[in-house]
Design a binder for this molecule. Structure first.
Ligand code: NAD
Length: 293
């Protein structure tokens, strides 16, 4: 682009100067005509991903585990921006509820093209204090929940096959993992085990489903400002401490993850399968070694 020529990218991207990030303003619609389900979408990263998929043209089912007011707010935001969304309830760790959620989705919109298996939580404790209930609760939601949702999506992708009017692929599954699929985390062994489990579940699913033209990938967020980790960023002292782990020197926003999700869901990433895309401002770069080692 030479000086004085308009930058075409500006048509599609607005700058959020306060957060220091850019956001699709709804004119770039690589997911037009597709149906997406985002689990745990009534807050945090899931809400950001749901809104971004809708701006990119998808109809979005906003899953929640029994918090309809919050989910309805996300749906209303999408609709008032001109998108299409509906709330769908299910505890992702409950097989019957997951099956019913998919049945509701199919009766409303016929099929599915994109699953973002995002729902997750923490129940932290030192190893010697961790109860079996804390261990199982986190594994049930974070890992079994992704298995149950991915299985139902894959069944539908295989049943329908590729519809080239919708996408080059028969379906896309995006697992919300974490930097803690590779970074150990003392005091969080249940959470780290769930994310490490997601890594090999995702790769195994990707290997198994690729011949069906189904792509399976993960996103590994670093520290993103959401309710799950409020204590780590909501005072200046806590944020300064956290920034020591982030070479890029800012805490992430849900939109940072959402843009990666739109790309992984779109045909622009066709031929990408079985990877974890870390979106972490360099947290996995062993920042302690920048000055030590
Ligand atoms: P969040 O607490 O805002 O979101 C988690 C969502 O999951 C909530 O909306 C919650 O209602 C939903 N949920 C919990 N249990 C559920 C269940 N049984 N069924 C359906 N939904 C359920 O936190 P977040 O940071 O947005 O987390 C989203 C995902 O991102 C999680 O998988 C988390 O592990 C991952 N992640 C977050 C960070 C971060 O820094 N925020 C970093 C790495 C990974």
């Amino acid at each position: 682009m030479s000086a004085g020529e308009p930058d075409e990218r500006q048509e599609f991207i607005s700058q959020d100067k306060e957060k220091g990030i850019s956001v699709n303003n709804g004119k770039h619609q690589p997911l037009h005509g597709q149906v997406a389900l985002v689990t745990g979408a009534s807050s945090g990263i899931g809400a950001g991903v749901a809104k971004a998929l809708a701006r990119a043209g998808a109809r979005v089912a906003v899953n929640h585990p029994g918090t309809p007011e919050q989910a309805d707010r996300v749906v209303a935001e999408i609709q008032s921006a001109g998108g299409t969304a509906m709330a769908v309830a299910a505890d992702v760790s409950n097989e019957e509820q997951v099956k019913k959620m998919y049945a509701d989705l199919f009766s409303a919109w016929g099929t599915i093209d994109i699953l973002v298996a995002n729902a997750g939580l923490q129940r932290d404790a030192a190893l010697i204090d961790m109860t079996l209930a804390q261990w199982q609760f986190v594994l049930n939601v974070n890992l079994t929940g992704q298995f149950l949702c991915a299985r139902e999506a894959a069944r539908e992708f295989i049943r329908r096959g590729v519809d080239s009017n919708r996408s080059i692929a028969a379906g896309k599954i995006i697992c919300m993992s974490s930097v803690h699929e590779v970074i150990p985390w003392a005091g969080h062994c249940n959470y780290a085990a769930s994310k490490g489990g997601i890594m090999l579940m995702m790769k195994s699913m990707a290997q198994e489903l690729a011949p069906h033209r189904i792509r399976v990938n993960s996103i590994g967020p670093g520290a993103i400002k959401t309710p799950i980790n409020r204590m780590a960023w909501d005072t200046p002292e806590a944020e300064a401490d956290l920034l020591k782990l982030i070479p890029y020197d800012r805490v992430g926003e849900p939109d940072d993850i959402a843009r990666a999700a739109v790309w992984l869901a779109s045909d622009e990433s066709d031929y990408v399968t079985g990877i974890t895309l870390f979106v972490d401002g360099g947290m996995t770069l062993y920042p302690g070694f920048a000055t030590g080692g």
